[in-house]
Design a protein around this ligand. Sequence first.
Ligand SMILES: [Fe+2]
Length: 183
Amino acid sequence: MVTAQERPAPLAIAKITNLEDKFLYDTAGMYDAEIRFLEALQLTLPHIQNNQLKSLFETHIRETQQQIKNLEQVFSAIGQQPTRVNCDVAAGAVSDGQKEMLLSAETPSLLELTIAGEQAKVEHLEVISYRCLIQVAEQMGQNQVVELLRQNLQQEEQTVQKLEQCSPQLLQEALSTSRSARR
Ligand SMILES: [Fe+2]
């Protein structure tokens, strides 16, 4: 069993006592979340057959790689090394998604509907997280940081919209599979 002393200190923050501490902690959580989401996108891609959804995932993998670099630039702009803080909500979202993917693995149309729905949840989570980070960075007067975070936010918002555009077709395909299975 790992004791508390053996656990590596993920970030040199014992307490959050000012806006700068809070910003660093939340950025380190977002950095962890983006790395987890990138791994999940890459693992999910081979399971997608729908062309629109596949190309959305391919684009968003490239965007997420850039977003991680943007976050590394955010750390550098505030004079810090890139550091991860375990983001439990991101870990939970990935694990929930994988669980439902396993359960629907035998029916491709339902699997793709599940993948799109789980990804939409992740994107909404990222949108709200970046909005909060931007608000704090604005208060800190960190204009370069605000600009980098806005680039990430914009891509997450566009991905939400694209997923919403995919969903009627995915729903339709899942519905016809369900109907033919009942016959
Ligand atoms: Fe994203």
